[in-house]
Design a protein around this ligand. Structure first.
Ligand SMILES: [Zn+2]
Length: 108
């Protein structure tokens, strides 16, 4: 199985500021993990943002990432009308599930 993409993969060839500052990683402060997800990384992060799971840093990486994900969320919502409701529900559940660390899942 293909491992989930990470911000490291996505910004490998990007500008240095996109990697974040000493307070964050790629603009996110202590972000929830993304694992076992085979939908797009940005879809997972956008839904995580929508659910309040993400804390953005006040550096350029954080501001840029937040702006980017807000725009993606608009796209995702627009596309939701084009896909089957059951499929969409599955996508959201997968993204939320991916936000929960294994330890949190065991106690949930
Ligand atoms: Zn930062």
């Amino acid at each position: 199985m293909k491992p989930a993409q990470t911000e490291t993969d996505l910004t490998k060839f990007g500008p240095a500021w996109a990697h974040g500052c000493e307070k964050c990683k790629f603009g996110l402060i202590n972000p929830p993990p993304v694992h076992g997800v085979y939908i797009g990384m940005y879809v997972v992060r956008a839904i995580q943002m929508d659910k309040g799971f993400l804390v953005f840093c006040d550096c350029k990486a954080g501001e840029t990432y937040e702006k980017y994900l807000k725009a993606r969320l608009v796209d995702i919502r627009a596309r939701r009308d084009l896909v089957d409701g059951a499929y969409w529900k599955q996508v959201i559940e997968q993204a939320v599930e991916a936000s929960l660390a294994p330890a949190q899942r065991e106690t949930a």
